[in-house]
Design a protein around this ligand. Structure first.
Ligand code: C5J
Length: 229
């Protein structure tokens, strides 16, 4: 496939699709469904659920184009030994990390709520990175996997825009990866944080990276596919 050029903010970005991967952040039941961590913190989970169809379309296009997909999940060991006390103690006292909820223990690996939502479940062979923090690089082997795979540019989507998506993009940017946030495949419980979060990425000439709509990615992939035929 030839070089792709994606229409993005603050400027179009050209990239080698052989060095491109998608990191889809934390599309877990604990954040998207009633009774999970997100709702326990007082949030309206429908704000996040609305991007599921767009994320499903993105996964299907990228799978068809052979672009690697890496899924992440935020969560902790059952004994909470990897959960800083400062994190556990914050939030709603009624339902904290490790407490029993309707989908099992909140934000604990192996519990039903920790799973990716069914519509976006990883296919066999797609890596799943379990992370104890907000950023996908913190205490994980993500950087090693990307470098071994020759990846230099990341599409990043998922939830929430201003928390785990932003932290991951900042971490990736500092490690030398070019990041493109996929705007309509990211969401926040706070729509205004989503909007500002995206602006913060592309402001100042792309201080953290680029922002593109999924439609622009599909057009670029389709065009490159047509050119390679
Ligand atoms: C949060 C996340 N918001 N995945 N996690 O706690 O953004």
């Amino acid at each position: 496939m030839p070089v792709l050029t994606i229409h993005a903010q603050p400027a179009p970005i050209s990239l080698d699709p052989a060095r491109l991967a998608l990191v889809i952040i934390d599309m877990q039941r604990d954040f998207l469904e009633a009774g999970g961590f997100g709702e326990a913190l007082g949030n309206d989970v429908s704000q996040l659920r609305r991007i599921v169809p767009a994320c499903a379309a993105l996964l299907s296009h990228l799978r068809a184009a052979g672009i690697p997909i890496i899924h992440t999940r935020e969560g902790h060991r059952p004994d909470l030994s990897d959960a800083p006390r400062a994190k556990v103690e914050r939030g709603a006292p009624s339902l904290r990390i490790g407490d029993d909820g309707p989908m099992g223990r909140i934000l604990i690996r192996g519990e039903a709520g920790h799973d990716i939502v069914a519509e976006l479940a990883p296919l066999s062979g797609e890596p799943l990175v379990d992370k104890p923090g907000k950023g996908a690089f913190y205490q994980t082997d993500l950087d090693l996997m990307l470098r071994n795979g020759g990846i230099d540019t990341l599409l990043v989507c998922g939830v929430t825009t201003e928390v785990c998506v932003h932290t991951t993009i900042r971490e990736a940017n500092d490690r030398g990866y070019r990041c493109i946030a996929v705007a309509d495949c990211c969401a926040s419980y706070f729509p205004e944080f989503h909007e500002v979060g995206l602006k913060m990425i592309s402001a100042q000439g792309g201080i953290f990276g680029w922002v593109a709509e999924s439609g622009a990615i599909f057009s670029a992939l389709d065009e490159a596919g047509a050119l390679s035929r």
